[in-house]
Structures are given as structure tokens and as C-alpha cells.
Design a protein. Sequence first.
Length: 443
Amino acid sequence: MNEEKNSVYKLEGKPKFSVAFPLGMQHVLAMFVGNIAPIIIICNVLGLPPEQKAFMIQAGMLVSGLVTLIQLYPVSRVGAGLPLVMGTSFAFVSTAIGVGKAYGLPGILGASLIGSIAEIGMGFFLKPLRKFFPPIVTGTVLVAIGLKLIPVGINYFAGGVGAKDFGSPKNLLLGFLVLLIIIVLQQYAKGIMKLASLLVAIIIGYIVAIPMGLVDFSNVAAAGWISFPTPLKYGIEFHFDAILKFAAVYLVVGLETLGNISGITMSGLGREATDDEMSGAVVADGVGSAFAALFSVLPNTGYGQNAGIIALTGVVNKYSVATGAGFLILAGFVPKLGAICAAIPNPVLGGAVLMVFGMITISGIRMIMKTGLDQRNASILAIALSLGLGFSQVPSSLEFMPSVLHQFFGDAVVASGILALIFNIIFPKEKNTIKKEEKSEMA
């Protein structure tokens, strides 16, 4: 009996399904909102119809479950062999909005598909490439992502761009209610209630919004119960500038996945991740993102909150996480569930993602602080953010410049990241900075 209980703390243990399934569902609850929110945001920004939004949410759940299984049970060099839960990445939202406004959803999917080659290549050649992406570079990108997305969160908080009641008291009240619930649960709750604070807040906000007349269930009623997501349903287009932008973000997301892998092995297994585990995780992230593009979904990434569950519970068992992945796959065949998620009111979503975007910014700051904010790093951060965010917010300032500069500074995240990369190479490093970077890579 003790052996069976302890099996949940073993990577290859085989606990009973009745024991494993609740543990797997913990991971689903913790990542569910993060998995669907980027899809909802992109659909709303592009003005896509509710049925298309529901389809993409449905496909997002299917892809998340399948790619998580690949991470759990590798195929050749694709996959880490570790309980890394995969889901839709927030890191691409800002870039996808810009690409989507220029080329529509097909342009986003084409850039996602071809751009994933950058992360796949990074996975195969991980060792020589890691030195070009120290914490100051990846941290700058995360800060840029957070700062760029916060206004998007505020727009949803107020009711959504173009809404007739934009900024109305009831919208703001609902948004603040969701935000307050998240803050209270984050500060005072424990266990799964703390880890699933976003989901709990959205469910409560959803229920409160119904008598306020902010929820339309007509598309839920029209949605079917069972269907299979169709690949390439909404087409695909390839645009060179869009592909380059996505490729740049893929490199940063690859490093994010490495951080989550390290968190899992250190907290769950008490050791550093091996080279094969790190390489396999990044390759699977890229391959999974290419697969996601074929099913009209944004790219994947490993979820930090799920690494947090492993750190909290010590349950590193692959089979337990696989049961949660199986639930996501089954949910991917239920359009009704996708339609329910698609009906989440904008203020409810805004209250939740505003906290997420703020935490992305904080994550970037924490990453930068790993190597310290000395004069060199402060200069890199200041230049990259000032120029990257500045020109993207005042595009008319480049009116008389070549079109290539318009393209480069059109995406604040990509511009900030590339500038940080360039100046990190150019600016000389002090010995203590090099030592700190080496330590942070091992952490």
C-alpha cells in the first residue's frame, strides 16, 4: 500500500487511475485559463466570429494535451521525458496582434508554422546558442512583452475595444471583482485554490456577469457536442517579415521552456536537467507549435504554474500528468465546451489577464536581477526598451525612414529583443558579470 502511495512521487511510477486522475486535474485547473485566454484575445482583436473562436479554443485544448504527452513520452529526440505541461503561449500575443492586423489569421498561422523552425533548430544546437541569450536579453524581452500587453488587458477590463459600453461602471466593477478575487486567493489561499486562482476568479466573474446581461449563450446552444478539429480550416499564408518576427519570439520562448524544465527537475527530482532533457523539451516545444499552427492555434510553451505544482506537491509522476493531458484531448472533441469558454465576458477576461501581464513583466525583472543591474545591463535594458517600445508607440516618427525600419520597430517585443541581443554582444562584460551569467544558466 505504501509502495503504491509513494509511486506518485516517482517519475515512472504507476499509481491507480483513481489516485492519478485528481493529481492530473490539478494541472489542468492551473493552466486552463492561460491556455484559452491568448486565443480569445487574438480572436477578439481580429473580429473573428464566435463559432471560429469556439473552434480555436477546442483545437487549443486538443493540441495542448497532445504536446504534453509528447513531452512526457518522447519520440526519438522530440520530448523531455518529464512532466512538463504545455499550453498556448502568451509571449506571442503582442506579435500575433501586429501580424494579424496586417495579414489576418492565415498570416499568423504561416508565421507560426515556419517560425517554429527557429526553436526546433535551437533545441538541436542548444549548447552553442545559449551564450547569446543571457538573462539580460531574455529578461528584456519578457519586460517588453508585459508592458506591451498591459494596455490590451485594460481594454478588455473596460469592456473591449469598440464596445458601446466601453468604460462603463458595470464593466469596471466586474473587472475589479475578478482582479480582487485573484489577489485574495494568491495572498491567502493554499494548495490548488491558490494555483487555480485565475480559473476560480473567472468562474465567479462569469456567474456574476449573467444577471448583469453580459453573457450571450446563443452560440453555446448552437454548438454541437462532438466534432473533430479540422487542420488548416482557416487557411495559411506566408509573409517573410511576419516569419522573422515569430522566429525571434520563438527563441525567447525556448529559453522559457528551459527554465521550467530546470524548475521541474530541481524541485521534483533533486537534480539538474540533463542536456538531452533540455534539448528534447525545446525541440518538442517547436514541433508542438508547428502542429498547433496546422490546427489554427497559437504556439505552445511549457507552463510555469505547473512546474509550481510539482514544487509544491513533490508529485513528479508522468502517468498522473498524462491523465490530465488525456482530459484535455477529450475536451478538444467537445465544441460545446469551447463555446462556453468563448462566451466569457471581456471584463472578466480583462480582470484575469491584467494580472498575468503584470506578472510577465515582473518575471522579466526577476530574470534580469539574476545577474544584477550594473551599468552595462542597465544601459542594455534602457536602450532596448526605450527604442523598442518608443518607436512602436510613435510610428509616425519613422515616416521618412526606409520601410525596413518600419517593419523592425513595428513590433516592440521583437525590436527590444534584437536590440538587447546586439548590445549584449557589443558592450564589454566585466568578469563578475560573466560569473553571474554562468551561475544563472545553471540555476
